[in-house]
Design a binder for this molecule. Structure first.
Ligand SMILES: NC(=O)c1ccc[n+]([C@@H]2O[C@H](COP(=O)([O-])OP(=O)(O)OC[C@H]3O[C@@H](n4cnc5c(N)ncnc54)[C@H](O)[C@@H]3O)[C@@H](O)[C@H]2O)c1
Length: 374
């Protein structure tokens, strides 16, 4: 165990420099987390191929960054197994990050079949493509903290806890985990040079997210339009984390998988420290303070759709075995997020400069945290 902790998966500059010149395939590069991952990897000198539907929102982070010019992007649907397999094989990647998904709980109620076909069958297509791509050394397969059957208890969910979901999104992520297990045990683990892991992150916040029905983009849209911020579950708590925390963890984890495929396989939570848990109302209160204006209204409509109230992730496994830990606390995570939108709102910087600067700042903070820990 001691050795494993020393082989830390903190996203330090020297470790991540291993991506220079490496071929990487990302599904979901046009999305929120995928665009940050693509930017970070292209900053590290990786040869990135992205495969996803076109950006779903105007002013998407992907477009603001000009990623269509810095990486090789393919407009493609993961529900099209043949197309996905053809493009993945042609890219000859060593590293694969699977992030493409229908990622919204509310939309999963509106279109459950789209959610299941993308998140379950689309993920099976990705696993099948990896199975038939001999170049791949590491696969990071992104699901969600919502893959756990939520028992509304005060304990943190551990990787061994029961999977399940009461809404189509959560159920699709639990199912995606099961599909992974089937592929892993039947096929992937028999390739000794290939490491594959599922990663379960909490509620991710950061600049460049414009999705509907997500707390931060909803707040920013309301603030920009001078409207009240309407909250449906102000008392719900979530494992909020800054986008570069899980993304940096995935980057470091994939390198470990390529080095020691069996040891770092399996399922891993990536969440904040227990002390970083905040209610929706607390997060929004801080956003309003930083923005300098705004007010909260409680949603009055009788909405019967289920949403978990309490969700916490245990990060003991990833901390103990990979040496990963969060760098920012809740306050810093919210500050960095609001700073991104505020700066863009005032037209003070290009998104590419701003996002690159936030990656550099995060790396510097990670280096300081690592020094302090020694
Ligand atoms: N954002 C969060 O708080 C959070 C938390 C936990 C887990 N996750 C998971 O992380 C991953 C990335 O999340 P995100 O926040 O970047 O989501 P996002 O909605 O911003 O991006 C989703 C990406 O998937 C692509 N996509 C959707 N359907 C597709 C299809 N049929 N074919 C090809 N591409 C398709 C989109 O084009 C986009 O690039 C998802 O698996 C999501 O479920 C997100």
């Amino acid at each position: 165990m001691e050795n494993m902790v020393k082989a830390a998966a903190v996203p330090d500059a020297q470790t991540l420099s291993a991506y220079s010149g490496k071929r990487v395939f990302i599904t979901g590069d046009t999305g929120f987390k995928g665009s940050w991952l693509s930017l970070w990897l292209s900053e590290l000198g990786a040869e990135v191929t992205g495969y996803a539907l076109p950006p779903g929102y105007p002013r998407s982070h992907f477009e603001l960054l000009g990623l269509d010019r810095t990486i090789r992007h393919i407009d493609g649907d993961i529900r099209d197994a043949a197309s996905l397999a053809k493009h993945l094989r042609a890219a000859r990647p060593e590293f694969v990050f699977h992030l493409a998904a229908q990622s919204l709980v509310r939309r999963s109620y509106a279109d459950p079949l789209e959610t299941f076909s993308t998140n379950v069958l689309g993920s099976a297509h990705l696993l099948d493509a990896v199975r038939n791509a001999p170049s791949v050394r590491a696969l990071i397969y992104v699901t969600s903290d919502k893959c756990y059957l939520n028992k509304e208890w005060e304990w943190s969910y551990r990787e061994t806890d029961e999977l399940g979901g009461h809404d189509p999104y959560s159920a699709s992520k639990a199912a995606a985990e099961k599909v992974f297990q089937g592929y892993y045990h039947s096929f992937l683990k028999h390739r000794p040079e290939l490491g594959a892991a599922t990663v379960r992150a909490g509620n991710v916040i950061g600049g460049g997210d414009w999705a509907e029905d997500r707390l931060i983009p909803d707040c920013i849209r309301a603030l920009q339009n001078g409207k009240p911020i309407v909250l449906r579950n102000p008392d719900a708590t979530r494992p909020w984390q800054f986008v570069l925390e899980p993304v940096g963890g995935y980057l470091a984890h994939a390198l470990k998988l390529a080095q020691a495929p069996q040891r770092y396989a399996g399922s891993w939570n990536y969440g904040p420290e227990a002390g970083s848990l905040r209610t929706v109302a607390e997060v929004v209160g801080r956003i309003i303070e930083l923005w300098g204006a705004g007010k909260i209204e409680r949603e009055t409509a009788n909405d019967a759709r289920h949403e978990a109230m309490l969700l916490q992730l245990s990060i003991d496994k990833v901390r103990g075995q990979l040496g990963w830990r969060p760098v920012y606390d809740a306050a810093k995570s919210i500050d960095q997020t609001v700073r991104w939108y505020r700066t863009m709102d005032r037209g003070n910087a290009s998104a590419a400069d701003l996002s690159r600067a936030q990656i550099r700042e995060y790396m510097a903070a990670a280096a300081d945290a690592a020094k302090a820990a020694h």
